[in-house]
Design a protein around this ligand. Structure first.
Ligand SMILES: [Mn+2]
Length: 395
């Protein structure tokens, strides 16, 4: 902050990784008949907008992965625009960038995010940075918008606007040296020099946890959880407040999300199918009502070959009915020659591939929602039955 006006006041909402259009599992939302997780992601964004509007912010920035895919379905785009105009319609400036999920592979392709620019927001979604100066609430604000498509240029240099009182950099990717639980995240895609410049605040997107990278650089975190790697994350966004002191205050605003539960692992060494069934039942009973409508995972390790195939199907069916999704991840004990039994891993891969296949078709609009959902369920049942039969044959 160069002009040091002590009267300066600027409140910025930093939101990120909304992943609109993300769809998983087979459950449909009873109200809309659309994929439940897709509806969850849309509701999380709507809740974030509610919070933003109740907090008298002067400016909103979105640091990318607005959409989960390059070609979100029309209703996903419309849903995003309806929420976005609640902000721009209230006269609040809204700037953002494209993340890796929505950046087209080809320069000739137009990003869906361009629609936001027709709704009064300003999103940089091409392959070069954009610089904006805007007087907001009497404060000269410099915004450097570096979409994910622009960070492919390793030599890219951006700098703060010397005329601005508050300078913000908005970008998306993994910063060098981002350490999570003691180890560094692989695949750094943001050049180190990019975020080292003299910005008052660097609004980062990509990493789904609210996280202070440096004194002036934060990941806002995602508005929902998008996988078990995020089971411990707290979905929400950040409010950053500048008062002209040269420092800023930051608050993480939590947003209620779909419960996600990783049940305590079962060590299945020497357990028969019946023992394993009982262990699963115990874990489920201990969790109780928390399982209802939650995304649940139970990992089973070192299961004797074939034992998983004999787990009580009625129990699994009941758990799948109660939870939004119940995923039993079994890894079998190593074979006598020390080689891992890879069969379940293969089935896991097949299942993932099948789900990705259906998701891609659904996204392209090739499959009608209800049909896609039934198709997905039937395919998974079939794969599971095949796995059980293989296992029973003592693969
Ligand atoms: Mn993301």
């Amino acid at each position: 902050m160069r002009k040091g006006a002590s009267l300066l006041s600027l409140r910025v909402a930093h939101i990120s990784d909304t992943h609109l259009g993300y769809a998983r599992y087979s459950r449909l939302d009873p109200e809309t008949d659309r994929n439940q997780r897709e509806v969850d992601a849309a509701r999380a964004y709507a809740r974030a907008v509610d919070e933003i509007l109740s907090r008298e912010v002067d400016l909103v920035v979105h640091s990318g992965d607005v959409f989960d895919t390059i070609r979100p379905a029309t209703h996903v785009v419309i849903g995003f625009l309806k929420q976005t105009v609640r902000i721009t319609g209230a006269g609040i400036p809204y700037f953002g960038i494209a993340g890796n999920h929505e950046t087209p592979r080809l320069r000739a392709t137009t990003a869906a995010l361009e629609y936001a620019n027709l709704a009064g927001a300003a999103f940089a979604c091409r392959f070069e940075p954009e610089e904006v100066f805007r007087e907001i609430n009497g404060v000269g604000v410099g915004l450097t918008l570096v979409p994910h498509g622009a960070v492919l240029d390793r030599e890219l240099v951006v700098s703060p606007d010397p005329e601005a009182e508050v300078n913000l950099l908005v970008t998306h990717g993994t910063v060098p040296g981002l350490t999570v639980k003691g180890h560094e995240l692989g695949e750094v895609d943001l050049p180190g020099h990019l975020i080292s410049g003299g910005y008052d605040y660097v609004a980062l997107g990509h990493y789904h946890f609210f996280h202070e990278h440096r004194k002036n650089a934060y990941y806002a975190g995602a508005t929902e959880r998008f996988g078990f790697g995020e089971v411990d994350s707290v979905p929400g966004f950040a409010i950053v407040e500048f008062d002209g002191s040269g420092e800023f205050g930051i608050e993480h605003v939590k947003i209620p999300a779909r419960p996600m539960i990783d049940l305590p692992k079962v060590d299945a060494r020497n357990l028969s199918s019946q023992d394993l069934t009982e262990a699963i039942r115990e874990r489920a009973e201990a969790a109780g009502d928390a399982l209802e409508e939650a995304i649940v995972r139970l990992k089973v390790t070192d299961a004797p070959v074939g034992s998983a195939g004999g787990v009580d199907r009625a129990l699994l069916r009941d758990l799948r009915r109660r939870a939004l999704d119940f995923s039993l991840e079994v890894s079998e004990a190593r074979g006598e020659d020390g080689s891992p039994e890879e069969f379940d891993a293969e089935i896991g891969t097949l299942r993932d591939e099948f789900e990705a296949f259906v998701a891609a078709r659904r996204e392209r609009g090739d499959l009608e929602e209800g049909f896609a959902s039934r198709f997905l369920q039937r395919g998974r049942d079939y794969l599971e039955r095949a796995a059980a039969e293989e296992a029973a044959r003592g693969h």
